[in-house]
Design a protein around this ligand. Structure first.
Ligand code: URP
Ligand code: ZN
Ligand code: ZN
Ligand code: ZN
Length: 510
């Protein structure tokens, strides 16, 4: 497993005789069904120097153009994974996939861009950003950054401004869980929300009540439930619903848009649905694991098997998965991430005697595109155009890089996949390209296979072979004031004018 060409590794002779210069700069994709979020059509796609130049039927080209036949297949924007953790130092260890291995795996699965979470160093956003800049130097595909906010003072407030105005960050994540580590309180959450609003940045939340989770964990340990199943029991959906509701209501109070990451339960979906129905700007992100799995894995008697399913919020009982799928198909949830945060079985074994020490996180960056196709499109729950929307376009819109990303359109980056709906894929740790020795989707077979991935105008995945170049991935700056901010000041004006009467009344009686 894990074998692929690393053309840019700098070993002198590149692995498999492939070098970056041998990759074509001109590519013609012929005869496929080109799918965008708003329409599909049979057309050719012509790419030159990393950019899509033309999309129309019967494009004629000269020599020195690599021609790919896509007849009977779908030509779609490469996936954008809005939620990953590569080289993440977490729970006394570090995720096994770094920016090279994780991205290589992503490319093999049809994802051509991801947005990773910068974690501050001792609360410092600046130090965190510098650390992630270094980690990402080995990138072989394009990436952007979100940033976590883990403490509050004037320095952090100023740093948020610098991140947005100078560093290309337009979103900040607040953890309502992981007490004693990343968790923040409501006072900080409100300060953070206000700052996000003033900067046109998108506030994101990990919605679980961390104080109650801490209490739930104590309960399990007292009962002697120390195995992986205790993880699920200690943090029920109720606590996800509470934190989702609280975050949504506080974002509403501040009138700032909110993005709820890794929505795992019916409880959280109901809170999001309720707020959206009232017109609040709330985005909900299910992750592949939530759509595809239930809690049966975490109760496996074998520790190695059970521990690989430990993530937060937990993968819920059967029924929540179907509800998340339905919410995605009806637009209550808008885009799919993975929360790829992968650990080896040796790392998961840190919690062999105590589930609280099992590093939290599952794989998915390589599997997401295939899983969403099989679970949502193959089952008839969403259309192919909706597939493009939930795996790519909506992410590009929310993080304000559409149509550079998320579209097969002249002028867009040449991040393209060719998917064969008649081929099947089997997921195994033996054959996956990520580093972990396990896979939460082990043995799963599904219809629809990404046969070709083009990233930045280079064919990086073809004939089941990866040809990736270390250092070729670009940092994509994400500008503030996405569409989620359109017209939000009008709602604000209405609110402020509603305060005029009480202000007058107060003054006349004072
Ligand atoms: O278990 C998880 N989700 N690990 C990654 C960190 C996070 O909360 O997103
Ligand atoms: Zn090779
Ligand atoms: Zn989280
Ligand atoms: Zn995460």
């Amino acid at each position: 497993s894990n074998q692929f060409c690393d053309a840019g590794a700098g070993y002198g002779e590149p692995a498999c005789g492939i070098s970056s210069s041998s990759s074509p700069s001109k590519i013609l994709i012929k005869g496929g069904t080109v799918v965008n979020a708003h329409k599909q059509e049979v057309a050719d796609v012509y790419v030159e120097d990393g950019i899509i130049v033309a999309v129309k039927p019967n494009i004629k080209v000269g020599d020195h153009v690599t021609v790919l036949d896509a007849t009977g297949k779908f030509v779609m924007p490469g996936g954008i994974d809005p939620h990953t953790h590569l080289s993440f130092e977490f729970m006394s260890t570090e995720t096994v996939d770094d920016f090279f291995s994780g991205q290589a795996a992503a490319l093999a699965g049809g994802t051509t861009m991801h947005i990773d979470f910068v974690i501050p160093v001792d609360g410092s956003l600046t130090a965190g950003f510098e650390a992630y800049e270094k980690k990402a130097k080995k990138s072989c595909m394009d990436y952007g950054f979100h940033m976590a906010v883990t403490k509050w003072d004037e320095v952090v407030s100023k740093e948020m401004e610098i991140m947005v105005k100078e560093k290309g960050i337009n979103s900040f994540k607040f953890f309502l869980a992981y007490k004693g580590a990343l968790m923040i309180n409501d006072e900080l959450l409100l300060e953070g929300f206000k700052k996000c609003k003033s900067l046109g940045a998108l506030a994101m939340v990990h919605a679980e009540n961390g104080d109650a989770v801490y209490e739930g964990q104590k309960r399990m340990i007292e009962l002697g439930i120390t195995g992986p199943g205790g993880h699920a029991l200690s943090r029920p959906a109720l606590l996800e619903g509470e934190a989702t509701s609280r975050a949504i209501r506080l974002a509403g109070f501040v009138n700032t848009p909110l993005y709820v990451v890794h929505v795992m339960s019916i409880d959280a979906v109901e809170e999001i649905a309720r707020a959206r129905k009232k017109g609040q700007r709330v985005i909900g992100e299910p992750v592949a694991a939530g759509l595809a799995l239930d809690d049966s894995g975490i109760w496996d008697p074998d520790f190695v098997t059970a521990a690989k399913y430990v993530m937060s919020p937990p993968i819920r009982a059967s029924g929540h998965d179907k509800a998340l799928q339905a919410a995605l198909s009806t637009g209550v949830l808008q885009l799919v991430g993975t929360d790829h945060c992968s650990f080896n079985s040796t790392q998961k074994a840190l919690g062999i005697d105590d589930f609280r020490k099992i590093p939290n996180g599952v794989n998915g960056i390589e599997e997401r595109m295939h899983l969403v196709w099989d679970i949502m499109v193959e089952s008839g729950q969403i259309s192919v155009t909706d597939y493009v929307r939930v795996t790519s376009t909506e992410c590009a819109r929310i993080f304000n890089i559409y149509p550079r990303k998320g579209a097969i359109s002249p002028g867009s980056d040449a991040d393209i996949i060719i998917l064969n709906p008649n081929a099947t894929v089997e997921i195994t740790a033996k054959s996956h390209h990520a580093r972990s020795d396990t896979n939460v989707y082990e043995g799963r077979r599904g219809k629809g296979k990404v046969e070709v991935t083009i990233a930045g105008g280079r064919i990086v995945w073809e004939n089941d072979e990866l040809k990736v170049v270390r250092g070729s991935g670009k940092y994509v700056e994400l500008p503030p004031f996405s569409y989620l901010y359109d017209g939000i000041d009008k709602a604000e004006a209405k609110y402020l004018s509603s305060l005029q009467a009480p202000v007058k009344r107060f003054k006349s009686t004072a």
